[in-house]
Design a protein around this ligand. Structure first.
Ligand code: NDP
Ligand code: HSE
Length: 438
C-alpha cells in the first residue's frame, strides 16, 4: 500500500492555545504520527496581527493574513479554530464545514451557543467537529463522557470547570491575596478569557456545563437554561468561615437528573473539605461524574494553559485523522447520542432546586436578633445544621454564619427577604449553596 502523505492542517489563531498546539505538534511529531498513522502538518496559519512577535518556531508554516484563505484552501483537510469568541469564528467554522473540511475547536462559547447548528451542518456534510479542548483544558472529559461511559445512565456531574475562578479562590484561601492581583496573574499566564468577566461571572463555566450536560443526558445544547452565578460576591471572610466549618468554597458546574427534570447550575459552592474535589487547587480542574454502573468517576488535571489545552486539541486531530476513512454514518456522534434520539427534558428553574445553604449576615450585636432569625427560618421549615457568631470585639455589627439543611431555593429566598427586613440586619444576606457531592 502506498504511504499516505501528511494530513494538512489550517490553523486559525496563534495565541495561547494555537501557539501551544504548534509547539507540541512539532516537539512530539514522531510519536503523534505513529499514533495517528500519518504525519500531521500545520500548512497554513493566520492571526489578527501577523507582525506580532511570537516565541514560536513557525518554520514551514505559511502565514496568511486572510483567515478565509485557510478555510478555502483545497489542500487543508482539518481546520483548527483557536481564535475564540463568536465572530469571525462561527462564520469560519461553518465555511470550513461547507467546504468539506473537518474542524477541531477549543471554543466552548461557540459550541454552547451554536453547536446545534454546527453539528447539524457537519452531519449533513459528513465531516467531524471535535471539541475536547473546549471543556476543562487538558482533561479528556469529553472522550470519557462520550465514549468510556457510554454504557451508563449518567446520574449527575459536578465540576470545577473554570481554571481562572479556581485559581482566584485558591489564592484567596492560601495566600489571602487581593482579587484583582490574582486575576491579573491568571491573565498573564493565559488562563483567562479575552474578556475575563466571562470567567469570574460564571459564563465560561456555564458554556462548559451546557456541553457536558448535553453529553450526559442526551439533551440539546441549551446555554440559556443554565442558572449562572460567578465569584465576585465571595469575600475572603467567607472563604475563612467556610474552612472553619470544614468546607472549601469551589465554583462548581452542577448537572443532575432529578424526578421532575434536570438541574443545570453554576455557582460558588461549599464542598466538604474531605471530598477529593475540594482539594483541587490553582488552575487545576476536576469533574466528578456519577454513572449508574461505573459509580463515581473523578477526572482532574490542568484546566487551562497553552500546552495542556494543546494536548486536547492534538488528541482531537489524531482522532479525526484516524477516522478520515471511516463511514461518516458510523462515527462517534458529536453529542454522544445519535441526533434523532435527543430528548427535550425539562430544565428546572433555580427556585425548584433543593440544596443546603451557608448564610452570612451582618447583625447589630443586641439581644433577640438571633431568635428572630431562627424563627424566620423555622417558620419556613428550614432547619439549622450549625450556627456561629464570630467575635469582632471592637465592632457593633458582627457576622453570623448559619449552615442549613436542604430546602427548596424558593423557601430560602423568602426567608432571606424576611431576614433582610429585620432592623438589626445590616445590608444583604450573603448566601452560598452547599453540596456534599455524596
Ligand atoms: P488568545 O487570545 O491567546 O489567542 C487568540 C488568537 O486568535 C490570537 O492569535 C489572535 O491573533 C487570533 N485572532 C483574534 N481575532 C482574529 C481574527 N479576526 N482573525 C484571525 N485571527 C484572530 O486566545 P486563547 O488561545 O487563550 O483561546 C483560544 C480559544 O481557546 C478560545 O475559544 C478559548 O476559550 C479557548 N480555550 C483557551 C484556553 C486557555 O487556557 N487559554 C483553554 C481552553 C480553551 P493575535 O495573536 O494576532 O492577537
Ligand atoms: N478561561 C478558561 C478558564 C480557559 O479559566 O478555565 C479554559 O477553558
Amino acid at each position: 500500500m502506498p504511504e499516505l502523505g501528511p494530513v494538512k492542517i489550517g490553523l486559525l489563531g496563534l495565541g495561547t492555545v494555537g501557539g501551544g498546539t504548534v509547539t507540541v505538534l512539532r516537539r512530539n511529531a514522531g510519536l503523534i504520527a505513529a499514533r495517528a498513522g500519518r504525519r500531521i502538518e500545520i500548512a497554513l496559519a493566520t492571526a489578527k496581527d501577523l507582525n506580532k512577535p511570537r516565541n514560536l518556531d513557525l518554520t514551514g508554516i505559511e502565514l496568511v493574513a486572510d483567515a478565509e484563505r485557510v478555510v478555502d484552501d483545497p489542500s487543508i483537510e482539518i481546520v483548527a479554530e483557536l481564535i475564540g469568541g463568536m465572530e469571525p469564528a462561527r462564520s469560519l467554522v461553518l465555511r470550513a464545514i461547507n467546504n468539506g473540511k473537518h474542524v477541531v475547536t477549543a471554543n466552548k462559547a461557540l459550541i454552547a451557543l451554536h453547536g446545534n447548528e454546527i453539528f447539524a451542518q457537519a452531519q449533513a456534510r459528513g465531516v467531524m467537529v471535535a471539541f475536547e479542548a473546549a471543556v476543562a483544558g487538558g482533561i479528556p472529559v469529553i472522550k470519557v463522557m462520550r465514549e468510556a461511559l457510554a454504557g451508563n445512565d449518567i446520574l449527575s456531574l459536578a465540576g470545577i470547570i473554570n481554571g481562572t475562578c479556581n485559581f482566584i479562590l485558591s489564592a484567596m484561601s492560601e495566600a489571602g491575596r487581593d482579587f484583582n492581583e490574582v486575576l491579573a496573574d491568571a491573565q498573564r499566564l493565559g488562563y483567562a478569557e479575552a474578556d475575563p468577566a466571562f470567567d469570574i461571572d460564571g459564563i465560561d463555566a456555564a458554556h462548559k456545563l451546557t456541553i457536558l450536560a448535553a453529553l450526559a443526558f442526551g439533551i440539546p445544547l441549551q446555554f440559556e437554561n443554565v442558572y449562572v452565578e460567578g465569584i465576585r460576591a465571595i469575600t475572603r471572610d467567607d472563604v475563612l468561615y467556610a474552612e472553619r466549618l470544614g468546607y472549601r468554597i469551589k465554583h462548581l458546574g452542577i448537572a443532575r437528573q432529578v424526578a421532575n427534570g434536570i438541574e443545570l447550575r453554576v455557582h460558588p459552592t461549599l464542598v466538604p473539605a474531605r471530598q477529593p474535589i475540594a482539594r483541587v487547587n490553582g488552575v487545576m480542574n476536576a469533574v466528578l461524574v456519577r454513572g449508574d454502573a461505573a459509580g463515581p468517576v473523578l477526572l482532574s488535571g490542568a484546566g487551562a494553559g497553552a500546552e495542556a489545552t494543546a494536548s486536547s486539541v492534538i488528541a482531537d486531530l489524531v482522532d479525526v485523522v484516524r477516522a478520515l476513512t471511516s463511514d461518516p454514518e458510523n462515527r462517534v456522534p458529536h453529542l454522544a447520542f445519535q441526533p434523532d434520539t435527543l430528548e427535550d427534558l425539562p430544565i428546572l428553574p433555580i427556585d425548584d432546586i433543593e440544596t443546603a445553604y451557608y448564610l452570612r449576615l451582618m447583625v447589630a450585636d443586641q439581644p433577640g436578633v438571633l431568635a428572630d432569625v431562627t424563627r424566620i427560618l423555622s417558620d419556613r421549615g428550614i432547619s439549622i445544621e450549625a450556627i456561629i457568631q464570630l467575635e469582632h470585639a471592637a465592632l457593633e455589627i458582627v457576622p453570623i454564619v448559619i449552615l442549613t439543611h436542604r430546602i427548596k431555593e424558593r423557601a430560602m429566598n423568602d426567608a432571606m427577604a424576611a431576614i433582610e427586613q429585620l432592623s438589626a440586619i445590616e445590608g444583604k444576606v450573603a448566601r452560598i449553596r452547599v453540596e456534599t457531592l455524596a
